[in-house]
Design a protein. Structure first.
Length: 377
């Protein structure tokens, strides 16, 4: 980690201002990786079922239950048509807060156009997990991003249920269409907020405006890859930057997060994006950014007592950097960053805290693993 003095001498794009003032601690806790399950093909998300079981998505288009002993169940029946390819496929999954009674799960995926013309977009569906945990029943698509585009990139696709029972879905701008992240008449590069039946909350920020879609919550996003509620109920997310400028944001209603007008990244291969600006009036700054990029992924907050001294901290996965970052915020400012699993040697796709208080990690490869992170003396 560069010192503050060194940061002042480096080019701003090579040294993220948010990182210059952080302290990387030594490993105060000893973390052991326990392999819960393996043999998963590019797993993308994990949710926690009763009796110590897990519900896992695999990007090629499968969802399966994993037993507490790590045994992989057969792929569930009842999924919709999925446009698997590139970064697309079956992506996030979460359980309804009342899953014990409703058995409802929400999942998002790349949805092909019904005309099979090669276009697709991110869709959000809900269904009930059958009592025997072999299929999804009563499938309903409750949101479909529009317009559909001919792209296999930047689907976004992280789902969070707010404490008020509404759903937030983070959507990518589909890569080739970055200018559309500023256009309030489409869903590209937006976070949308809907009710569980797909209807639009009346207190959404753009309800009643003829120049904006009423389901939009915030805009100016690039490619969201992690999202979570903090212990105080606030909504946080992270998103990929372009060769630099991976961001953590705390999206607020109606705000513009700047892409592609402002960014701390640059074009792949070099060269500034647009005017090369990092700030502009009316556009929110990230609370933290990584330059160079680590390729952020899943995000979680530690609320258990399993990791002494870490309660309230955020953990963020990294695909390119193949690690976890533990981040401590004091208000809107970072006070500490620690690199976890530096020798993992696998891309981290998701991280969640389980009902048992331990952190669980999914690794993204053709023989992906579900790992439990425990402390050892």
């Amino acid at each position: 980690m560069p010192s503050t003095a060194l940061c002042r001498r480096l080019a701003p794009r090579l040294c993220a201002a948010a990182l210059c003032c952080t302290l990387v601690s030594a490993h105060a806790l000893h973390i052991q990786q326990q392999v819960v399950a393996q043999g998963l093909q590019n797993p993308w998300a994990v949710a926690f079922l009763p009796e110590g079981k897990f519900l896992v998505t695999e990007r090629p288009g499968r969802m399966r239950v994993i037993a507490a002993d790590g045994t992989l169940g057969a792929p569930l029946q009842g999924l919709p048509a999925i446009a698997a390819g590139g970064q697309g496929g079956l992506l996030d999954v979460v359980l309804d807060s009342d899953f014990a009674h409703s058995r409802t799960v929400y999942f998002c995926y790349s949805e092909p156009a019904p005309t099979h013309n090669g276009t697709n977009s991110t869709a959000l569906a809900k269904a009930q997990l059958s009592a025997d945990q072999t299929k999804l029943e009563n499938l309903q698509v409750i949101f479909s991003q529009r317009p559909k585009k001919a792209s296999q990139l930047h689907f976004g696709c992280r789902i969070v249920e707010r404490r008020d029972g509404t759903l937030l879905l983070a959507l990518g701008e589909r890569y080739h269409f970055k200018e559309e992240a500023q256009n309030l008449q489409n869903h590209l590069g937006k976070i949308v907020r809907i009710h569980k039946d797909g209807s639009i909350p009346k207190d959404n920020p753009f309800v009643g405006r003829s120049d904006a879609l009423p389901e939009i919550w915030s805009y100016g996003h690039r490619n969201p890859q992690g999202a979570a509620l903090a212990p105080d109920g606030s909504y946080w997310m992270n998103e990929h930057g372009p060769q630099g400028g991976d961001e953590i944001n705390r999206p607020e209603t109606g705000k513009n997060y700047g892409w592609p007008v402002i960014t701390y990244g640059e074009n792949y291969g070099g060269g500034k994006i647009g005017d090369g600006k990092t700030h502009q009036a009316g556009m929110a700054q990230p609370l933290h950014h990584w330059t160079p990029s680590i390729a952020v992924s899943g995000m979680a907050f530690i609320t258990s007592d399993r990791y002494p001294g870490w309660k309230g901290d955020m953990v963020v996965g990294a695909l390119k950097a193949q690690r976890l970052d533990r981040i401590r915020f004091e208000g809107n400012k970072i006070s500490k960053v620690e690199y976890l699993l530096p020798d993992l040697g696998q891309r981290v796709r998701d991280v969640r805290q389980g009902p048992d208080g331990w952190l669980y990690v999914l690794t993204d490869r053709s023989n992906g693993q579900l790992l439990r992170l425990v402390t050892t003396p």
